[in-house]
Design a binder for this molecule. Sequence first.
Ligand code: NAD
Length: 468
Amino acid sequence: MSGSELLDRVSGAQGREIFEPATGELLGLAPQHTIDDLERAVAQAGSAQPAWDALGHADRSARLLRIADRIDDWAEPLARLLAREQGKPLNGPNARFEVGACSAWLRATAATVLDEEVIEDGAQVSTLTYRPIGIVAAVGPWNWPLMISIWQIAPSLRMGNAVVVKPSEFTPLSVLALISLMNEDLPPGVLTALSGDRDLGARLVSHPAVRKVMFTGSTATGRKIVEASGANLARLTLELGGNDAGIVLPDADPEKIAQDLFWGAFINTGQTCAALKRLYVHESRHDQVVEALAAIAAKMPMGPSLAEESVLGPVQNAMQFGIVAGLVEDARERGATIVTGGAPATELGPLFYPITLVTGLHDGDPLVDEEQFGPVLPIIAYTEVDDAVASANRLDVGLGASVWGSDEQRTRAVADRLEAGTVWINSHGGVNPMVPFGGVKGSGYGLEFGVEGLKSVAVPKIVTRASS
Ligand code: NAD
């Protein structure tokens, strides 16, 4: 199976043209769903949800497991379609990895149990259970379109909700293919995907029948969704932008940590919310870390998405490419040193930008303060650990952060001072379906994954009985 059979399912005779980032070729046409389609999807979701709830947890979990098996059966065509549409290569922590994460998350979500809590005080007994919210709107970005959709959909379905999904307008086809496969094991109306642009997303999240919005995307859009929730009072889980800092302590071994630093920053060619986006390195280790990262960058093949040897791919779209290239140009004009990369890799295609390591920048410079979301990493030397911690904490975002060093107590003490939803020690960006994940400050609020993730797509209900 090559991926074209899935493409044939979802690409229409007319609609929005979707181009392959790696080649610039037309991949297919994504349907442009209308407001009428939206109204129909929401009405069907409302009709289907009570019976879906009534099925119970065991039955719903069994369906999630069947869906996981189906995704495994279709893993290669899905990965190929994803690679062509999103741009990420098949190998490395990319398309095949992303599809594998989808089935892994479905299985973990099916296995997670949210127990009722009993609170007794002698005079009364109260039971706290979690009921479905109703209709969940799931709005996602273009960087990990399948995995993030599953992160939003799996717990929502598990808890008995119906879901209407609005994928990014840059990557609708792979998400539509995923939803089409999922629907083979679901009752009609429980899960619908609507393909369209930001206006359709805005209409969906503000719909009066939507009770919960799972949103992953930029902080700017997150703010608009908060405003919209003033009308329908939808509960929100907001996974927004980040500008994750890493701090390399003086006792870190540059050679030992370089590979993990590299992938912490450049997973998905840097287009990852919780990737390392600013690296603060103690002055005594700075040059060694830069050299070790440059040596790894020189050996990592960047190339066409479907080439088996590629592990780094293009920037997904021209808008993001412009942001990345502009931030590097600005850094150059400020006198920064471009250690490696620094100019578009036009020989590979119009959206390829090489791994670019930049030194000599300071806090306040745009490449340090703004989210680059691409294959560029500023590396900043520091003298005092307190200053590095202050630098890491000074921005109004806090998705992830990391500390790198060999002393357990010291790394932990620094980790405790960092303002982020997750702080990794000697790694960056790894997520686990049983471990809660979410941001602080401008990176959003609400938790995904594990028991906390189930609670966030449910409403608590308390039943209190007087003790006899
Ligand atoms: P974006 O905010 O531009 O778009 C995300 C989605 O929101 C798209 O589907 C879009 O159509 C939709 N949308 C746009 N305006 C809307 C509105 N007013 N109401 C409802 N929906 C609307 O983000 P993007 O460019 O696709 O993604 C990149 C950003 O996402 C980066 O900042 C990145 O850090 C962040 N991100 C965060 C996480 C996380 O888990 N925190 C994960 C991936 C990406």
